[in-house]
Design a protein around this ligand. Structure first.
Ligand code: ATP
Length: 340
């Protein structure tokens, strides 16, 4: 396996700055997830690593070697795309064997058989090896697509939203499997997605990217608990973090310079009205089984929080808001250190 380092990479397409001075190291054996909205520069970053795009500035290092000017084929990288890209007329076995059968590789057939069978076992598709690729479910096809990358045993895997075309149940299943396989093989993976759940559940570190810029890099927990700015705070957490102008708070100490506070749902508790404090009015209670989402109006601002289904709350009710650990942001949206 290998580590990959991007040093001050920039790439422009006409007037679009797709990637701006991005520096990032993917450590050996790490599952790094780049999380960002559509157009953030995620795919371009992957293509720069493969060599399919050349940067306007900066360099790409693999295992300490500068490969910026090397042709794409010379880098030992496997790419898994959003679409399955299987050969429909071939069996699952032959689809998996395909990358090993290139004339340049000259892998002996018994070794191919062994690698294909091992990969199929790992992905739980061993019973499908003789099926045609087109006779598979979407989830199985995507497993074969991932298998085609795994079978080569490359030094790094680049994955571009490989689960986005699957339904929610399969996505959850394959998420767990990908993570299991990565831990089992010790693979180095750079995975891009706009799905925060994928990022939170699979990543050893998350890089949050927007407009071609890396805004923050850290463990899922660091990014969630100590976001660098209000944008990063809004990217993680369901329901989304609440933002409130600091001037609307009462009796909640915040550091000087605070313009806005971010309140995660787990830090906003509702209680029966009992005098003063911050009073809101419940607008709507959504029952989701193990928890309720409560939407409430506080001084004209809609907030959302979670509540125990046993707590008697109903639309129209006035409640007291109890806040803990608000994240504090300055005028520019940068997070300020919490009060001691
Ligand atoms: P998505 O999640 O939608 O795939 P992304 O984060 O992967 O988005 P990129 O595909 O890297 O984003 O695109 C970043 C920006 O660069 C976008 O504004 C896109 O339109 C632009 N772009 C990417 N490739 C090209 C190209 N070949 N020619 C012109 N513009 C491009």
């Amino acid at each position: 396996m290998a580590d990959v380092a991007l040093r001050n990479i920039s790439k422009r397409f006409g007037a679009t700055e797709a990637v701006r001075e991005l520096s990032l190291t993917i450590n050996d054996g790490e599952f790094l997830v780049l999380l960002g909205p559509s157009g953030a520069g995620k795919t371009t970053t992957l293509r720069l690593i493969t060599g399919l795009e050349k940067p306007d500035a900066g360099s790409v290092m693999i295992d300490g070697r500068d490969v910026t000017q090397d042709p794409p084929g010379s880098r030992d990288i496997a790419f898994v795309f959003q679409q399955y890209s299987l050969y429909p007329h071939l069996s699952v076995y032959d689809n998996l064997a395909f990358p090993l059968r290139s004339p340049a590789r000259r892998v002996p057939e018994p070794i191919i058989r062994k690698r294909v069978e091992q990969t199929a076992d790992l992905l739980h598709i061993a019973s499908k090896l003789n099926n045609r690729a087109t006779r598979l479910s979407g989830g199985e096809m995507q497993r074969v697509a991932i298998g085609r990358a795994l079978v080569r045993d490359p030094s790094i895997y680049l994955m571009d939203e490989p689960l986005s075309s699957l339904d929610a149940k399969l996505r959850a299943e394959l998420r767990l499997e990908l993570k299991r396989i990565q831990l089992e093989l010790g693979s180095t993976i750079l995975y891009v997605t706009h799905d925060q759940v994928e990022a939170m559940t699979m990543a050893s570190r998350i890089g949050v990217i927007r407009d071609g810029r890396l805004l923050q890099l850290g463990t899922p927990r660091e990014i969630y608990e100590s976001p660098a700015d209000s944008y990063v705070a809004s990217r993680l957490g369901t329901p989304q973090i609440n933002f409130l102008s600091a001037g609307l708070l009462s009796d909640v100490p915040v550091p000087p310079g605070t313009e806005t506070v971010g309140i995660r749902t787990e830090h906003l508790r509702l209680a029966a009205r009992n005098g003063g404090g911050m009073i809101g009015r419940i607008h709507r209670v959504e029952h989701l089984g193990e928890q309720n989402h409560v939407h409430l109006d506080y001084k004209g601002k809609m907030l959302v929080t979670l509540a125990d289904p046993h707590q008697p709350l109903h639309a129209g009710q006035e409640v007291e808001l109890h806040l803990q650990n608000p994240l504090c942001f300055d005028r520019a949206g940068q997070r300020l250190p919490a009060m001691a």
